[in-house]
Write a protein of this length. Structure first.
Length: 161
């Protein structure tokens, strides 16, 4: 009987690692800051930021933070239901649905989020800030603002009354 490693519920991608230095009496105190995106490639995705004395400790904290703030993404025919633009701080992210076979046309931080969300065909453009943390946050904000056809219909019913 062969030992099988249990499959993780979520996949993780490290988007950025940074060194943070704080000047204290006696020198500098160096810590690590990590941004991680987690997702199940089935419509659930989240991101977290962790800080710690070393990268492994910061990564563990970031994964825990990401799992606490998961988001359900509406996916229709392996893409998003409609075009959307979102802004977080200085980062602007535009996401467009794409036809079958297009694949993921996206830069690093946006690609990490949409891949782990389970979106297979999408076009994107990142504008403004190149800060990976803000780009990930803008992408998550855009995905959380997506509306499915049912949600759009419910919204128009309320307006007509």
């Amino acid at each position: 009987m062969e030992y099988e490693k249990p499959r993780k519920e979520f996949e993780e991608k490290r988007v950025s690692i940074g060194r943070v230095a704080r000047v204290v009496a006696g020198g500098r105190r160096i810590r690590s800051r990590v941004v991680i995106v987690v997702g199940d490639k089935n419509g659930r995705v989240g991101f977290g930021i962790g800080k710690g004395t070393d990268v492994s400790l910061a990564s563990a904290k970031a994964v825990n933070a990401a799992k606490k703030h998961l988001l359900k993404v509406p996916i229709i025919n392996d893409t998003i239901p409609h075009e959307i633009t979102a802004r977080f701080s200085g980062a602007h992210v535009m996401l467009k649905p794409a036809g079958k076979g297009t694949s993921i046309i996206a830069g690093g931080p946006v690609r990490a989020v949409v891949e782990l969300a389970g979106i297979k065909n999408i076009l994107s453009k990142s504008l403004g800030s190149s800060n990976p943390t803000n780009i990930v946050a803008a992408t998550i904000l855009a995905l959380s603002s997506l509306r499915t056809p049912k949600r759009i219909d419910k919204g128009s019913e309320n307006e007509s009354k």
